[in-house]
Design a protein around this ligand. Structure first.
Ligand code: GEK
Length: 251
């Protein structure tokens, strides 16, 4: 057993004390240490979405193809995918630009026995090559990509998918009109309160992530996917202002 499997999940208290000037959110070592707790208590439906990535992998992953986990963090999606597939010749390529995330991710992957290899790549997902992909998962990562780079990234994913390949995108959403956005935001904050976050934690995290995480409307996502060639694109899950979409490349 290595150190990772012995450690318990650390509670996220990064924003619990008054910080004065709240720093811009970054995926550093401090975030890595609390990440599993942070994402579970901040994203309603997170575990359901991760589990579904495994189900979709069982359905869509083709022999001798690649799966991509873009913005893999600690590899939750890769771990779920790897558990559900037994097709031969499959490689999972898990990409993140945070070295701290990937270091921890590697030790978590080492704890799971599987015949499917996972290659970790420290890179900007806008710069990597995507090829021979039967499944691409981008869970809560597109929202961190500059708006003017999103179309090109989605076009690259579409081109790299094999016919019949599947893209999963999970995102925090923006709503229109503003009154509806306000309602969904308040419901999300209520969820975070129920998960044990204080009002101070919620407001400091919001300040830290503002202009780092840029949400878009569901219509913007669907329109972009369709413009890239994904004729079939639909949300399959939504809880408050978080949703997950599937998009299928025509066979
Ligand atoms: C999960 N998918 O557990 N290139 C590569 N990685 C990036 C980039 C980029 N340009 N921008 C941000 N990241 C995971 C959760 S977290 C979501 C994904 C969240 C990485 C960043 O380092 C972080 O690890 C991840 O995207 C976003 O299902 O924390 O809200």
């Amino acid at each position: 057993m290595n150190d990772e499997s012995k450690s318990t999940v650390k509670r996220d208290d990064l924003f619990a004390s008054p910080l004065g000037n709240v720093p811009r959110f970054v995926f550093d070592r401090a975030v890595v240490d609390v990440f599993p707790d942070m994402i579970q208590r901040s994203v309603p439906g997170y575990q359901t979405i991760i589990n579904l990535c495994g189900e979709l992998a069982a359905r869509f992953v083709q022999p001798d193809s690649n799966c991509y986990d873009l913005g893999c963090s600690l590899g939750a999606s890769s771990l779920a995918i790897r558990q559900q597939i037994d097709q031969p010749g499959v490689s999972i390529i898990a990409v993140d630009n945070s070295a701290a995330m990937l270091e921890r991710c590697q030790s978590l992957l080492d704890n799971q026995s599987s015949k499917t290899p996972v290659q970790l790549l420290e890179a900007d997902i806008c710069d990597i090559e995507i090829s021979n992909a039967s499944l691409v998962v981008m869970n809560f990562t597109l929202q961190f990509i500059p708006l003017d780079k999103r179309q090109a990234l989605l076009e690259k994913i579409y081109a790299g998918l094999v016919p019949g390949g599947c893209l999963v995108i999970s995102e925090k959403l923006l709503f229109e009109p503003e009154s509806l956005n306000q309602l969904l935001t308040e419901l999300h904050h209520q969820f975070k309160s129920a998960q044990g976050y204080s009002d101070l934690e919620i407001s400091q995290k919001r300040d830290s992530i503002e202009n780092v995480l840029i949400p878009e409307t569901l219509d913007s996502h669907i329109n972009r996917l369709k413009a890239c060639g994904f004729e079939s694109a639909s949300p399959w899950f939504q809880c408050f202002n978080f949703a997950s979409l599937v998009a299928i490349k025509p066979a």
